[in-house]
Ligand binder design. Structure first.
Ligand code: SF4
Length: 478
């Protein structure tokens, strides 16, 4: 029986199926990490090493992967009253915990007149529920060992700040997750994949995505939720093809699913079968003929904007300009220069929250012109609302692949941007990636926002329905 670890708790919150696969498969059955994923993991390890350097830490010594010996060595350190224990091993019945840090506190426990609490070092800027539950998992194991539940747990965030929280606030949620993990460990079939934003960066993607396609799973449909999939399946609608022709009589037959939502999901199923986006009728078509597209490449770990580019006019053949700010202090002026190079007052089209969030964070400390913020237009929101796509779409890469049939990563993965800068051709790669992304955004604007609503003619509808009847796809994308 495989032991449940803190990593399983962390994975469960991201995706129930991820935790289930991790509990049943060996590491060798995962996709190998990419070069930039390894780079990011190493940065995390280096950050932890630098953080603990300043502490008077003790570490349990034990033969590699002999966790029984590790747990015994950790118990010794706990009893001896070491101030800080780094990478201790906490073992209990069917669980194993490897917390980053245990800190000694005054107050009686079965160890003596002291006890410990758990701290985990993270590279994120804000605490998240999955990280907190992982600390609570370790804390439960520690409490069993020292005969006392510590009041708090803590996360060390990337700016070195310690964020403390009350363990009691999260115990019930933790116990629920632990019970679910035990159930998944005894029965892998208790979970199934569901296409979601995390799939593209998940090491089980090569297992789940083909399985979803093979069973024509409803989660492939644009706009599908876990709840809607469960309701539709209960109503006998199990595949995308079923959904395309699902016309239930009345609310009961559709499991009381909202009629408007069902219509949209059915249109998503048709888009999947036809293999093309279906552009919706819009009440007031916004046109951004004169707009410029602005795009950033960032390094989230270092809170840096590595490259800013603009494309104007917002067409694939528009003029491309970019700046690569060398330091955080140069970022604001780089954006100002690029905006100043554009005709006055043109809308600034961007994708998602990155630009407005960065702008807001810096606006307080700078002489921000509120008129610039007022020109921001989120293309991401508009693209998602303007059409149903042949597949569920999350980030820019999904939209490019699904709506344009292009490889969104032909100039590299945006997550690799920080790694490129460690090589000689970093600046060149950043420029090439920015230009490719800007051209993709311009092509999406033309294909979706500037396009007339899609009219599905009788022939196409029949092709879609015919494909549905044969359980196939009529189109080629997605
Ligand atoms: S690929 Fe997606 S569904 Fe599968 S385990 Fe990973 S996140 Fe979950």
């Amino acid at each position: 029986m495989r032991r449940i670890t803190g990593t399983h708790v962390y994975s469960y919150v991201k995706c129930r199926h991820l935790a289930a696969l991790d509990l049943h498969l060996s590491r060798s059955e995962r996709r190998a990490p990419t070069e930039w994923e390894e780079f990011a993991a190493k940065r995390g390890r280096d950050f932890e090493a630098v953080y603990v350097q300043r502490l008077p830490i003790a570490m349990p010594r034990y033969p590699e992967r002999d966790f029984e010996a590790g747990a015994a060595a950790t118990r010794e350190l706990l009893r001896s009253g070491a101030e800080w224990i780094h990478q201790g091993v906490l073992a209990g019945d069917d669980r194993l915990g490897l917390p980053d840090l245990l800190r000694k506190l005054p107050g009686e426990s079965s160890l003596g007149d002291h006890h410990y609490e758990v701290l985990d070092v993270k590279t994120s800027g804000k605490s998240r529920g999955d990280q907190i539950l992982q600390v609570v998992f370790y804390t439960r194991l520690l409490a069993e060992l020292q005969g006392r539940m510590p009041t708090h747990g803590a996360l060390i965030l990337k700016d070195g700040r310690e964020e403390r929280f009350l363990i009691a606030d999260y115990l019930a949620a933790h116990d629920e997750v632990l019970a679910a993990l035990r159930h998944l460990r005894s029965d892998l079939s208790a979970s199934r994949p569901f296409l979601q934003s995390g799939c593209s960066g998940c090491y089980h993607d090569q297992r789940c995505l083909p399985a979803l396609r093979q069973r024509s799973d409803l989660s492939l449909v644009h706009g599908m939720s876990h709840g809607a999939r469960a309701i539709l399946e209960q109503a006998g609608c199990r595949t995308v093809a079923d959904l395309a022709t699902f016309h239930p009589d009345g609310p009961r037959a559709r499991g009381n699913l909202d009629a408007t939502l069902l219509r949209r999901l059915r249109r998503g199923a048709l888009a999947h079968l036809l293999g093309k986006p279906l552009v919706d009728e819009r009440p007031r078509a916004e046109r951004f003929e004169n707009g410029a597209i602005v795009h950033l490449l960032t390094d989230a770990f270092a809170d840096r904007v590595l490259a800013i580019g603009v494309l104007h006019p917002a067409r694939e053949d528009g003029a491309f300009r970019c700046e690569l700010p060398a330091t955080a202090a140069d970022e604001w002026d780089a954006l100002k220069r690029l905006v100043a190079s554009l005709p006055r007052g043109v809308p600034l089209l961007h994708f998602g929250e990155t630009l407005p969030r960065w702008h807001e964070e810096h606006a307080f400390a700078r002489e921000a012109d509120p008129a610039i913020e007022a020109r921001f237009v989120d293309l991401g929101k508009r693209l998602r609302a303007a059409a149903v796509y042949p597949r569920a779409v999350f980030g820019l890469a999904d939209l490019v692949q699904t709506a344009l049939g292009r490889d969104p990563l032909r100039a590299g993965h945006p997550g690799a941007a920080a790694m490129w800068l460690t090589g000689d051709d970093g600046a060149e790669r950043l420029r090439a990636k920015l230009h490719a992304d800007l051209q993709d955004l311009a092509a999406l604007k033309a294909a979706i926002l500037d396009a007339a609503p899609t009219v599905v003619d009788d022939g196409e509808a029949a092709a879609g329905e015919g494909a549905a009847a044969n359980g196939e796809r009529a189109g080629s994308a997605g």
